[in-house]
Design a protein around this ligand. Structure first.
Ligand code: PEP
Ligand code: MN
Length: 248
């Protein structure tokens, strides 16, 4: 299993916990969300460039969001991951971020994959919402082929006929992907289910299945969140699930 080193964090060794809001909304929102939980997390998440289904929805703060992420990351001494959506932004996002996220909707954006393959920062490659494991592994080959082999895979749920959850978490597919790629696979139960009550059981299932970590959405006041408010845990709910996992 390849271990990906990001500052003090080793992804692929142990169980890595990534948490933060869906979108970076303000300095205050990031502080109120992360200060209560930072001792329980390894990597901060937060979107500055947001892929939103509706063009009317909040699109993210762009570079201002990257600056806020960098500041809080330095203050707490925790690296951060953030999404890059456009080939034109790769250099900018790579300048600030510790890990570049390729979102589910861009898993087969081959121009973007080629662009991040040239960057000297690890890439977190999410599985497309209607992609097979084989297609997901082909996408990772694009990044590896270009010279960047520091790749983390993330299963975030796929589309099925089931509609009680936002997507369907394919844990079996995640296990296969980890076996075939020899790269760490993490699970995103927040996007996979869209439900806060399913985070804890799926975190447990992910760890039991040998996955290398989880990525969870947290907001200090979920009802105020500008994106994905239904699936965000409060810091207190997050701590209840994770207080045993990290003892900093
Ligand atoms: C995200 O993690 O912020 C996100 C947009 O997720 P996905 O690409 O899996 O929908
Ligand atoms: Mn989200």
């Amino acid at each position: 299993m390849k271990v990906i080193k990001v500052k003090k964090v080793e992804i692929g060794r142990g169980f890595t916990i990534i948490a933060g809001p869906c979108s970076v909304e303000s300095r205050e929102q990031m502080r109120k969300t992360l200060l209560p939980i930072y001792s329980n997390i390894d990597i901060i998440r937060g979107g500055a460039f947001k892929p939103r289904t509706s063009p009317e929805s909040f699109q993210g703060l762009g570079e201002e969001g990257l600056i806020i992420l960098k500041e809080i990351s330095e203050e707490l001494d925790i690296p951060f991951v953030t999404e890059v959506m456009d080939t034109r932004d790769v250099e900018l996002v790579a300048f600030y971020a510790d890990i570049l996220q390729i979102g589910a909707r861009n898993m087969q954006n081959y121009s973007l994959l080629k662009e991040v393959s040239k960057v000297k920062k690890p890439v977190l490659l999410k599985r497309g919402l209607a992609s097979t494991v084989k297609e997901w592994l082909c996408s990772l080959e694009y990044i590896a082929k270009g010279g960047n082999t520091n790749i983390i895979l993330c299963e975030r749920g796929i589309r099925t006929f089931e509609n009680l959850t936002r997507f369907t978490l394919d844990l079996a597919g995640a296990v296969i992907a980890q076996k075939e790629s020899n790269l760490p696979v993490i699970i995103d139960p927040s996007h996979a289910t869209g439900r806060t009550d399913l985070i804890e059981p799926l975190v447990k299932a992910s760890e039991a299945a040998g996955m290398k970590g989880v990525m969870i959405e947290v907001h200090y006041k979920p009802e105020k969140s500008k994106s994905d408010k239904e699936q965000a845990l409060t810091p207190a709910e997050f701590k209840k699930i994770f207080y045993l996992t990290k003892k900093k």
